[in-house]
Design a binder for this molecule. Structure first.
Ligand code: PRX
Length: 680
């Protein structure tokens, strides 16, 4: 971390945390846009000037040009109730109408909206007209199940066309959706259903992943099952998409097949016109406490910024581009850059169900060749995996259709950036490294292709209309060359409007550290040109493969196992996944002996890893679990994660003088002479 960033929750001893990303700053390469690209680009340097001259007028123009309003807005921003913003507050609109119907009305009904590629190789082509029919039917089907405007619907689906249809059907009737990533466990699903008090869950029998069919419906059944001591959920119906033909348990009266419901439904549906601030969706994300936060996004501002960023950051030309974002709809990237951004802009996109290595490690490149993908958006962890598999794999495919490459989720290390540019982008496609968050709703900091000279490893500049800065502890902007906290100093259209049901937590998490400005939770540095480099989280949130995981949430999961007395979790630097979850556990007295020999330790580790998978989901499984006799704590009882990270990353343990008992680290180190470790 930069020197002038001082203690945060996990830096109780005042020592700067090392994110391992500082070496990014030694990069000085920069790639100016080619004149040909610049001449054709959607974005022009004048956008910055325009936004700077009158930010609100700039956003009003974007909202008017990129979004279709039923009732035009007259007020751009009302910030009088800060930090809850109202953007375009007196306008009315419908998100699904904007994403689908208006393109059909404009004569583009036969344009392909989605090229779907299933993992087993099945394909489906969905035009905008097809999408309009299917979304309308699904909206009628939801209405028939009693869902009305304002009701919450949980979506727990694989990456199939129905996932997008389900989101849009909810939006069409003004029922906020809460998409839960299919990799989350029944327990995680249950808590999200309960928090949002959902009326309907949309799921599938299963999906295809890594060459076989995996099940999804059983997790829904388990999540909805009556439980001792727990309130029954508010769910009345479960809509089930048939994807894999596997047998499913059926609850009569509650469960309904998606295809039956859609067949029975009318193909005409009038969208419900909602106010700009009507909730569009809730999306849960990890915070610094054990309880995930339901990030709330509303309609008008969110759609405006999703469309604006998708058009300018990816230089989308709807008539000619084929766009592909590899994110799952379970994450915010799948919301803004699979469902909403591309469809709002009338794009043709690819949706792929499976993993990049099924059935072979060239699957992604094969898909790019097949559909002539021209804009490709993925995460650094995936790029690093492909690098590891070797460039001879992508080299077998024709990737010359690619003209813009995007990266999201974590900082992209310069090596991966250079590889991405050379091997995938043929040394010509600009790379946009896009910084944003579930909370920001859309991209905030990114180069603009055709305008910005790109630098490997840096997200660089706030987009036109966005005001971001790096500040010190006193909220003062740091000079070029300095480091501190990333903040967003002015409201933006797609900003979160709150945490579902918890206004205080919203204020506390984002707005209390520096009153009046948004605290993103990321450390950052400005280079000599004033470009922003992201340095990782400054709170107890880890970033594993571009996904946010809370150390506290995993610790809570571990201590809920009867074997465990105490647990501490850290994110250790990992070559492939950015960070990896490493847990240190103290076993309860009667179990402590079980881990005495390597076999016992391995069994304990396996049990605990599975336990975390059950409580949260396989993505949260610790890479390593180390059984220790003690945890390093300060006199005030706080765990010094910095020291544990040193151990997890095989470094010499740093200054331990502020520990209540400084012999603890020796004890841990000696107990770890042979750490048990396992990989997925
Ligand atoms: O730490 C930053 C990192 O991911 C966090 C947001 O995570 P999430 O809400 O899950 O959204 C991920 C997809 C938008 C941020 O606080 N992050 C995201 N993009 C970047 C990044 N860090 C560095 N560079 C990025 N491009």
């Amino acid at each position: 971390m930069p020197e002038n960033v001082t203690a945060t929750e996990n830096q109780v001893d005042g020592q700067p945390e090392s994110t391992g990303l500082e070496n990014l700053l030694h990069e000085e390469r920069s790639f100016p846009p080619s004149p040909e690209f610049a001449a054709q680009a959607n974005a022009r340097p004048a956008l910055y000037e325009e936004a700077k001259a009158d930010r609100l007028a700039f956003w009003a123009r974007q909202a008017t040009e990129l979004v279709s309003w039923r009732t035009p807005f007259t007020e751009t921003l009302d910030w009088s109730n800060a930090p809850v913003a109202r953007w375009f507050g007196d306008g009315t609109l419908n998100a699904a109408y904007n994403a689908v119907d208006r393109h059909v009305e404009a004569g583009n009904g036969e344009r392909v909206a989605i090229h779907f590629e299933g993992e087993p190789g099945d394909t489906r082509t969905v035009t905008y007209a097809d999408l309009q029919r299917e979304v309308s039917r699904a909206a009628n089907a939801l209405n028939a199940l009693g869902v009305t405007t304002g009701d919450r619907v949980v979506i727990y689906l694989p990456m199939i066309v129905e996932a997008v249809v389900a989101m849009l059907a909810c939006a069409r009737i003004g029922a906020p959706h809460s998409v839960v990533f299919g990799g989350f466990s029944a327990d995680a699903l249950r808590s999200r259903i309960a928090d949002a008090e959902a009326k309907v869950v949309i799921t599938a029998d299963g999906g295809y992943r890594r060459g076989s069919a995996s099940a999804l419906k059983p997790a829904v059944d388990e999540a909805l099952a009556a439980k001792d001591g727990a309130e029954p959920t508010t769910v009345e119906h479960v809509l089930v998409v048939r994807r894999t033909e596997q047998d499913v348990e059926w609850t009569q009266g509650r469960d309904v097949w998606w295809h039956d419901a859609l067949e029975a439904a009318d193909v005409q549906h009038t969208p419900v016109w909602v106010e700009a601030e009507h909730p569009l969706f809730i999306l849960y994300t990890s915070g610094t406490t054990g309880k995930p936060k339901g990030i709330l996004h509303t309609t008008g501002g969110y759609l405006t910024q999703a469309a604006y960023t998708h058009k300018n950051v990816f230089d989308l030309k709807a008539e000619s581009d084929v766009y592909w974002c590899t994110a799952d709809i379970g994450w915010v990237t799948g919301h803004s850059y699979v469902t909403y951004g591309p469809l709002l802009n009338g794009a043709t996109q690819v949706i792929y169900e499976g993993t990049p290595d099924s059935p072979h490690q060239g699957r992604w490149w094969e898909i790019i060749e097949k559909y002539k993908v021209s804009i490709f958006y993925t995460a650094p962890t995936a790029i690093r995996a492909c690098m590891k598999w070797g460039e001879e794999i992508p080299n077998k495919f024709d990737l010359t259709s690619l003209r813009v490459l995007g990266s999201v989720g974590e900082s992209i290390n310069p090596e991966a950036w250079m590889w991405y540019r050379r091997v995938i982008g043929g040394d010509k496609a600009p790379i946009v490294d896009t910084w944003w968050q579930t909370e920001t709703g859309a991209i905030m900091i990114s180069p603009l292709p055709g305008v910005t000279a790109t630098k490997p490893g840096s997200a660089q500049v706030p987009l036109p209309g966005i005001v971001a800065d790096v500040v010190d502890d006193n909220a003062q902007p740091v000079p070029n060359g300095g480091g501190g906290y990333l903040v967003l100093s002015e409201p933006w259209p797609s900003m979160l409007r709150g945490i579902w049901g918890d206004l205080e937590r919203f204020k506390d998490t984002y707005w209390s550290r520096f009153p009046g400005i948004y605290f993103a939770g990321d450390g950052a540095k400005k280079d000599e040109d004033g470009d922003i480099w992201l340095l990782g989280r400054v709170d107890d949130v880890m970033n594993v493969s571009g996904h946010r995981l809370s150390t506290t949430e995993i610790e809570s999961a571990l201590v809920s196992n009867p074997l465990v007395a105490e647990a501490a979790v850290v994110g250790a630097t990992d070559e492939l996944t950015g960070q990896a979850v490493v847990a240190f556990v103290i076993l309860r007295g009667e179990h402590a002996a079980r881990a005495a020999d390597p076999e016992g330790a391995a069994a304990v580790e396996l049990e605990l890893r599975n336990h975390v998978a059950k409580e949260i989901g396989p993505i949260a499984k610790p890479r390593k679990i180390l059984v220790v006799p003690e945890l390093p704590k300060t006199r005030s009882g706080k765990i010094m994660r910095r020291l544990l990270r040193d151990v997890a990353e095989n470094r010499t343990v740093g200054d331990a003088t502020t520990l209540a008992d400084s012999s603890v680290m020796t004890l841990i180190a000696s107990g770890l002479a042979k750490p048990a470790g396992s990989e997925d």
